[in-house]
Design a binder for this molecule. Structure first.
Ligand code: IPM
Ligand code: MN
Length: 361
């Protein structure tokens, strides 16, 4: 039996409960596989206890594991002297130190009833935001200037290497999909502000250079302000969107909102040698410990992890388990008693998890 070491960082707020729920689902879906979830400390609460948001031992365990699975991190009241949040540093450090350059955020509509938009059909929204995850405006984190309490700057960093690899990732991803729901066309939408800033014009030009080798994928362009309108008015026209770090951070929350919210938005942060899987939401401390948080984003991120592990290690049983989890989620959401509060239901975290595990049994 193949064994996979999963470095598990439950984190803060709802992180532990949604992570534990997802681990139960992952174990139910892989009875023939040895997934070893190694519980590791990290996040804002750990910082309060130890002075470290991410210990060296924890980082080493993440480096050596087959994958990293994360609940959520951060407590608003726990900040560094410069005002930035401690908890966010946990996965920002992992992102930058492990070079997790592709932040992959599927936006998928499971039921039109979950969406705040009208006139949608089931499956009417199904695209992926591929967010560059190691440079852009985030490259300056901790490195900007703060002068005489009168001026602060952060620099937008766009490199040819960084854009080439994220554009390639996005184009390769489009080739594995069936195109946009509205017309089944394999399409890469480059999201930028090339009309105003040379750095974004450079981002667009490098994406175009890479796309020359992918004549089967149609190129589309959207300025970041305009794309927020299209994501609301014609969400079915998207297949894959590629964006710089900060723009990707912003539009991925809007995308999640159009299909029901961050509670059903998985994410994968993928590099050439490591990957971290977590829901796109935060630690929601206000609802922590009440068993009302939706585990769906973390469960779907777990399925994403199994698929990535299966493809990386040529293990078809994991890819099949990922498909069964996604199907179990889809089926469970057809049962009103299994719909969590953020999607309009009343199901507790436990009830959602049990409904999915029953469908996997
Ligand atoms: C996200 C979050 C993170 C980000 C924070 C928590 C560091 O907003 O993953 O979208 O800004 O990327
Ligand atoms: Mn975000």
């Amino acid at each position: 039996m193949k064994t996979y070491q999963i470095a598990t960082l439950e984190g803060d707020g709802i992180g532990p409960e949604v992570c534990q729920a997802a681990v139960a689902v992952l174990k139910a879906a892989t009875p023939q596989t040895q997934l070893q979830f190694e519980q590791l400390p990290g996040g804002a609460n750990h910082y309060l206890r130890s002075g470290h948001v991410l210990d060296q031992d924890t980082f080493t365990a993440c480096q050596n594991a087959h994958a990293i699975f994360h609940g959520a991190a951060g407590l608003p009241e726990v900040t560094y002297p410069d005002g930035t949040e401690v908890g966010n540093d946990l996965h920002l450090q992992l992102r930058f130190k492990l070079d997790l350059y592709a932040n992959v955020r599927p936006i998928k509509l499971y039921d039109p009833a979950f969406a705040p938009l009208k006139d949608l059909k089931p499956g009417g929204i199904d695209y992926v935001i591929v967010r560059e995850n190691t440079e852009g405006l985030y490259a300056s984190r901790g490195g900007g200037t703060l002068l005489r309490d009168s001026v602060a700057t952060d620099t937008l960093v766009i490199t040819r290497h960084g854009v080439e690899r994220i554009a390639k990732f996005a184009l390769e991803l489009s080739r594995t999909r069936h195109g946009a729901p509205s017309d089944s066309v394999r399409r890469l939408t480059i999201c930028d502000k090339a009309n105003i800033l040379r750095s974004y014009a450079f981002f667009r030009a490098v994406c175009q250079d890479v796309a020359k080798h992918y004549s089967d994928v149609v190129l589309d362009y959207a300025y970041v302000d305009a794309i927020t309108v299209h994501m609301v008015k014609r969400p079915g026209s998207f297949d894959v969107i590629v964006a710089e770090n900060m723009f990707g951070d912003i539009i991925s929350d809007l995308g999640a909102a159009t299909v029901g919210g961050l509670g059903i938005a998985p994410s994968a942060e993928i590099g050439d040698n490591h990957a971290l899987f977590q829901g796109s939401h935060g630690s929601a401390p206000d609802i922590a410990g009440k068993n009302i948080a939706s585990p769906l984003a973390t469960i779907l991120s777990g399925a994403f992890m199994l698929r990535w592990l299966g493809q990386r290690h040529d293990d078809a049983s994991l890819v099949e388990a990922a498909q069964r989890i996604e199907k179990a989620v889809e089926d469970a959401l057809k049962d009103p008693l299994a719909v969590p509060a953020d999607l309009g239901g009343k199901a507790s975290c436990t009830a959602v998890t049990q409904a999915i595990c029953r469908r996997l049994a």
